[in-house]
Ligand binder design. Structure first.
Ligand code: SF4
Length: 364
């Protein structure tokens, strides 16, 4: 890790981002080949284990209870249901299952115990397990690690400056604190963001500064393109072009050379040629499955056709880090503490979020 630069400035990152496209792609592809096998792509399946009804106000998210979207909410999935889905994902070439719950933060209790059991179950299928459950304490991160969690996802979403225009129910620092809690364990960090939310290029660079300055840098950085969903505050934002996505992927690859750069939401809008260029520019991970939590995603068979066409291979599970052991609840060193941490509630108002909330009230 010693030759990895952590002290990027926004200006330096923008200089890379704005290079002539061919130079940018060549530089990114060169870094990519130095640190990774360019023909291997890690494939994850995202599973929404608890959908909708979220108390947060993320302006891009159809799962926020306050917006009028047609997302059907569900209770926490059962362990056998999750196991069946994981087996299906494994059979179709995924090496990782990422379980997402629409929670603000994890609360100790039956539901978290059920998630821990899901982690043990999937780890025993010899698949990498990732969770994205909102903010967590150090003790909760330790309990997830003991259950055999491989990665925890907690996106920074955008720059600290623009965050205040996207979310008012928590602060950037809460995100960094959760990432810090995960880093106190053996669990790897997955953290990235979304472009195309109306942010400036400086915000894209600001997010990369925040991620690249983490030490170690996140093992995985998802780059999402906003998928505007009707009923959310961002429903009318125009989708970004493939060229912006390419620039973001290539810049991420250059500033975080060892990281797995993940093509995430927005892939349905990309042509095969566009995706191939992203792989060339350093993307080496995708989400598979027809849904990304709640937004559409390319069909698995389509992905496998593309892999064949490009000579890409799905990366084997635990290729980058050894499989964690799953410790049974009875032998666990970390018992629930029933903490009630004071995660921030900044309480400022975001006009477009308020308007979207108003539309829901009017529709009742
Ligand atoms: S992104 Fe996550 S935290 Fe934000 S509203 Fe959606 S489910 Fe809730």
């Amino acid at each position: 890790m010693s030759d990895i630069k952590h002290t990027w400035t926004k200006e330096e990152i923008l200089e890379i981002y704005n290079k002539p496209m061919m130079e940018l792609l060549y530089e990114a592809a060169t870094v990519h080949r130095k640190f990774h096998d360019p023909n291997q792509v890690q494939v994850s399946t995202l599973l929404s284990i608890k959908t909708g009804g979220c108390p947060e106000d993320c302006g891009y998210c159809p799962q926020a209870a306050r917006y009028h979207t047609d997302i059907e909410g569900n209770d926490l999935m059962t362990v056998p249901h999750v196991k069946a889905q994981a087996l299906r994902a494994k059979a179709s070439g995924s090496s990782r299952v990422c379980m997402g719950a629409a929670w603000r933060n994890v609360k100790d209790g039956e539901e978290f115990d059920q998630v821990l059991e899901m982690v043990r179950t999937i780890n025993k299928l010899d698949m990498e397990v990732c969770c994205t459950l909102g903010m967590i304490t150090e003790n909760q991160a330790q309990r997830l690690a003991e259950a055999g969690l491989y990665a925890y996802n907690h996106n920074l979403d955008t720059s600290e400056d623009y965050y205040k225009d996207v979310i008012s129910t928590r602060a950037y620092k809460d995100r960094l604190d959760t990432i810090g809690n995960v880093r106190k364990t053996n669990v790897t960090v997955c953290s990235g963001g979304i472009i195309g939310m109306g942010e400036k290029l400086e915000d894209r660079a600001g997010m990369l500064v925040a991620l690249a300055s983490l030490s170690p840098q996140p093992e995985s950085v998802p780059i999402n393109a906003l998928v505007p969903v009707e009923g959310t505050p961002m429903e009318e934002i125009e989708r970004i072009s493939i060229w912006e996505m390419l620039r973001m992927v290539a810049t991420t690859r250059i500033v975080m050379p060892q990281t797995q750069v993940r093509l995430s939401a927005g892939r349905t809008e990309m042509s095969h040629e566009g995706q191939a260029m992203c792989f060339f520019a350093g993307a080496n991970s995708i989400f598979a499955g027809d849904k990304l939590l709640t937004t559409p995603n390319p069909d698995v068979n389509e992905d496998m056709k593309l892999f064949k066409l490009l000579g890409l291979e799905p990366q084997k599970a635990f290729a980058k880090k050894e499989q964690p052991e799953s410790i049974d609840e009875a032998d666990s060193k970390f018992k629930p503490l029933g903490e009630k941490p004071r995660w921030t509630r900044p309480g400022h108002k975001i006009e477009r979020n308020e308007e979207a909330k108003g539309k829901k009230a009017a529709a009742k």
